[in-house]
Write a protein that binds this ligand. Structure first.
Ligand SMILES: O=P(O)(O)OC[C@H]1O[C@H](O[C@H]2O[C@H](CO)[C@@H](O)[C@H](O)[C@H]2O)[C@H](O)[C@@H](O)[C@@H]1O
Length: 298
């Protein structure tokens, strides 16, 4: 899928509501850092905004909604930071908790010892560089450079590359995210694959929404688009997501809007000719803003 500038979500709400209202269920997948929780200097201090916790809780209580947290953090870590979702994916989709059991990507499992070795070597080699922090997440590892003096960040990158090559050979790969370098197994598996797995458990008429802010969220946007909706938290840089919001505060507004403005329409068939919900056997017609094509918002 090609990447273009995502459009401002708040300017396209009627269109989004129309797109989602043809579905019988909604799957709402949420990234953690930078999406539910504002980015902070110290990774252990990250916390979801209360408004996002409330939004997730409300959506999770709706019978026609399934919810998932899809994070780059270790599953055990992100689980303690945000509760209430139906499904949790950790380590960028390499571990997945559904229906009370955890599945781990088999190749990632076999490479965990290499990741551990790399993390230990990085601790030693990067020790002289002020404020470098290594987060060993078992299946992947993160080198944090947010607090490292800017002039030294390229040095961290070069040293990390060298160590990953030496210890991991072709079995590990180094990638980058928001002021981080991520060490992980060199396998074609990411958040997008996890989202596809989660969606495969749900009825075919489920519409998927994915909200995220970082590089590894792009594969998840690709997984949900174009049938579903990708929302990038951030600026207008090209993305596979069609829409964007500015910050985690705006994610909370979006979650609230989904609950108050979209759920009523979910599960009712739409008349494609009129943009208006047709009467179902069970209830009366529920119009969703009658608009002519000349009023279309895009
Ligand atoms: O997929 P996510 O849930 O967004 O996780 C991605 C990485 O998030 C964390 O790092 C980021 O957030 C930190 C706290 O705000 C920030 O200090 C850091 O610069 C960000 O890159 C987390 O620590 C990593 O393990 C995740 O991979």
């Amino acid at each position: 899928m090609s990447e273009t500038s995502p459009r401002r979500l708040d300017e396209h709400l009627p269109r989004i509501r129309r797109e989602l209202s043809g579905a019988s269920r909604l799957l709402v997948c949420l990234d953690f850092d930078g999406t539910l929780a504002p980015i902070v200097e110290e990774p252990t201090d990250a916390a979801a905004l209360e408004a996002n916790e409330r939004g997730l809780e409300t959506l999770a209580s709706e019978p026609q909604v399934s919810t998932a947290i899809v994070s780059g953090r270790a599953l055990s870590d992100v689980r303690t930071r945000v509760g209430g979702a139906d499904v949790y994916a950790g380590n960028h989709g390499l571990e997945l908790e559904r229906d009370g059991s955890v599945a781990v990507h088999p190749i990632a499992r076999t490479r965990a010892a290499l990741v551990d070795e790399v993390c230990s070597a990085l601790e030693t080699v990067l020790e002289p560089i002020p404020r470098t922090r290594i987060e060993n997440k078992r299946l992947t590892g993160t080198v944090h450079t947010r607090s490292v003096p800017a002039a030294l960040r390229p040095v961290v990158g070069r040293l990390a590359e060298r160590i990953v090559d030496r210890i991991g050979g072709g079995d590990l790969v180094l990638s980058s995210g928001k002021r981080v370098l991520e060490v992980g197994p060199a396998i074609p598996w990411g958040k997008g694959n996890a989202v596809e797995l989660i969606a495969s458990d749900l009825p075919a008429e489920t519409a998927s929404v994915y909200v995220g802010d970082d590089v590894t969220d792009e594969s998840a946007f690709q997984a949900v688009e174009p049938a579903g909706i990708g929302v990038r938290v951030g600026d207008s840089r090209p993305s596979a997501a069609s829409y964007r919001v500015r910050s985690p505060e705006h994610v909370a507004e979006f979650l609230e809007w989904l609950d108050s403005e979209v759920l009523d329409a979910i599960g009712r068939p739409i008349d494609p000719g009129s943009d208006t919900l047709v009467t179902t056997a069970a209830g009366s017609p529920a119009p969703i803003e009658r608009r002519s094509s000349s009023q279309a918002d895009d």
